[in-house]
Design a protein. Structure first.
Length: 424
């Protein structure tokens, strides 16, 4: 990164107004707690028929992967709108910057797609015909979660890589445009690979599977472009012989993990189950959560942790960072090793064996208790424990008193810092 870049204004806005923004961030946080807690309880009550005629609004809608009641959906949509307004207030001024304004604009537009493309969740009711429901709910399942959430992640990774000097502005901008083109074009077509029983043609199913697999390309290219930074982070000074100190090394490592798991989870495992003839038989088997766990935790989860690490490191001196860095190191290896053990030791082999049973005995048998209660099937489920325990102990490591005291002392407000912190 050049000296001119280091002295430039914050890439994502100048407006501080921290007191007002902190209030709204707190409101959004507790609103999130309300929606998550309320919807989970509502789904339990709805399934057990304890809500009467209110089951659709505050219970369980009855649709797989889109469970929360309509009332909770309304609250979620309002929360997303408030979130975008806060982003516009913070990042809007940076758009006027002639040199750097394009990237903040793309960031805001990608954020706007998240509440915008959630609207199809309201296009059906409890008595809507099945084919219509399956069309719009998979807009949410595929195009919203796997599409524009991933677009936003790609933009965040591109902005972070650019701000840390790992990729050029031209590279970051081109990757964002490529991602947007794929999701606005190929992403909509790719949604159709879920519509197995709604009268789709063979050509549509084939094109849908192909375009859906292409969605991982931009983030993978961005990760490969930043890979040279790995060599720099492990290098030594030619004069003193000591290891080169890279302030945001662990944030970068987490972002590289985002690219890796996005390629493996969404790319390899996603393409494996997206092929129409395969997915027709495997849908609902363990191969689906194998893809979902690797892609969701690998891409979105690692991205969230990367931003937390980036925010912590941004406000701490080298001396203060020395203590929590060991926990960040544990979290990096713990998350990645735990996720890998979960996929390799349980989900993938369990999904392959379940798919084999589908082909031999029928889908009904592979999803029934006669198959699921077999000894080897239960053994494979228990094989998830090592990976789960690694993730669990990683959680405990972050609860260490030193990290708690660090957060309390610095009064870190992660969202505010990500938008406001200037390059040191």
């Amino acid at each position: 990164m050049s000296a001119e870049d280091c002295c430039s204004p914050p890439l994502l806005g100048k407006k501080r107004n921290r007191g007002d923004r902190r209030k709204w961030i707190s409101i959004l946080f507790w609103a999130l707690v309300l929606v998550v807690g309320g919807s989970l309880l509502g789904e339990i009550f709805g399934i057990n028929q304890l809500l009467g005629n209110l089951w659709f609004w505050f219970g369980h809608q009855g649709w797989e992967y889109l469970d929360l009641g309509r009332g909770w959906q309304v609250l979620l949509a309002f929360g997303l709108v408030i979130w975008v307004i806060l982003l516009f207030r913070s990042v809007g001024p940076a758009i006027k910057n002639k040199e750097h304004g394009e990237i903040p604009l793309l960031f805001l537009l990608s954020a706007l797609t998240i509440p915008l493309f959630y609207l199809p969740a309201f296009f059906f009711g409890s008595a809507t015909q099945y084919s219509l429901v399956d069309n719009w709910r998979f807009w949410i399942i595929h195009l919203w979660v796997e599409g524009f959430f991933e677009l936003f992640v790609t933009v965040m990774v591109a902005v972070t890589f650019y701000r840390l000097g790992m990729v050029s502005r031209a590279t970051a901008t081109r990757v964002i445009y490529l991602d947007a083109i794929l999701f606005l074009g190929a992403g909509i077509i790719g949604t159709g690979h879920h519509w197995y029983w709604t009268g789709q043609t063979t050509l549509n199913m084939s094109l849908s599977a192909l375009f859906s697999a292409m969605e991982v390309v931009p983030l993978t290219l961005l990760t490969l472009d930043a890979w040279d930074f790995i060599k720099l982070s492990k290098g030594k000074c030619d004069i003193c012989g000591k290891e080169i100190s890279i302030p945001h090394k662990w944030a970068f490592y987490f972002l590289m993990a985002v690219g890796f798991w996005n390629f493996v989870g969404a790319g390899i495992f996603g393409f494996l189950i997206n092929l129409p003839i395969v997915s027709y038989f495997e849908v609902g088997t363990m191969l689906t959560p194998n893809h979902g766990h690797a892609a969701l935790m690998g891409a979105f989860g690692m991205e969230a942790v990367a931003l937390v690490v980036l925010a912590c490191r941004q406000v701490l001196t080298d001396e203060k960072w020395a203590r929590p860095e060991k926990f960040v190191r544990v979290s990096f290896f713990g998350l990645n090793i735990g996720l890998a053990l979960m996929v390799i030791g349980s989900l993938f082999p369990g999904g392959v064996l379940q798919l084999r049973d589908v082909l031999m005995n029928g889908y009904w048998h592979a999803r029934g208790l006669d198959y699921l209660n077999q000894g080897f099937v239960r053994l494979i489920e228990w094989c998830r424990m090592p990976g789960d325990l690694v993730l669990y102990f990683w959680e405990l490591s972050l609860c260490d008193r030193d990290m708690h005291d660090l957060y309390k002392y610095e009064k870190i407000r992660f969202v505010s810092i990500v938008h406001d912190a200037e390059t040191t």
